[in-house]
Ligand binder design. Sequence first.
Ligand SMILES: C[S@@+](CC[C@H](N)C(=O)[O-])C[C@H]1O[C@@H](n2cnc3c(N)ncnc32)[C@H](O)[C@@H]1O
Length: 199
Amino acid sequence: MPVKNAKETNFLSGKYEVIDPKFGGEYNRVELDLGCGKGGFSLEVAKRNPDTIVLAADIKASRLQKINNKAALMKISNLETIRVMAWDLIAYQLPNDCLDRVHILCPDPWPKFKHKGHRLVTSEFLGAVTRVLKNGGILHLSTDDRPYVAWMKEAISGLSQYIPFEEGIDDVKDIETEFERHYVEVGKGVVHMTFKLSK
Ligand SMILES: C[S@@+](CC[C@H](N)C(=O)[O-])C[C@H]1O[C@@H](n2cnc3c(N)ncnc32)[C@H](O)[C@@H]1O
């Protein structure tokens, strides 16, 4: 099975390739910020946790490049940007049981009824996440979109391995993503949901 080093690849391949989440370094923990956007959350988590590698994953290469630049300026070396499609990463690019925590924060809400099929968080997707999340690992979801809150709750309700666990984000709940900051500024607020995986 090939092992890719994301420092060299930063890829969007659509092929069967496995990403080594530790990238040759010895880190105690691995966290994934899926759909990281401008990456403020990833950078802050990496800064606070030097023993953890933070994977900042998005489809937009330009955003990832800016995150790399900021990480260099901030002298953060435990953050890796990876250009991927979320489903590819979760379904086959990451190895089994490699993540301690997965953050899916303010994913695109696709509010129009006819676009609901584009939503990332579904029971199928959260089921696929159980392969890469370690036993006892944390799933952290958020959205500003109230119908998406109900949709997320419905999606996870049939997956009994996920147990509500608010304390799972105690150390990061003060960190706002760029989208969250915007929603808070316009008075909308964001709902967070946190679960512990029991395999
Ligand atoms: C609404 S933004 C939220 C960004 C960030 N999490 C925040 O809260 O500020 C959604 C992000 O997900 C990314 N995205 C959308 N679909 C994706 C996919 N299939 N795979 C990976 N990233 C995706 C977009 O490029 C965008 O940066």
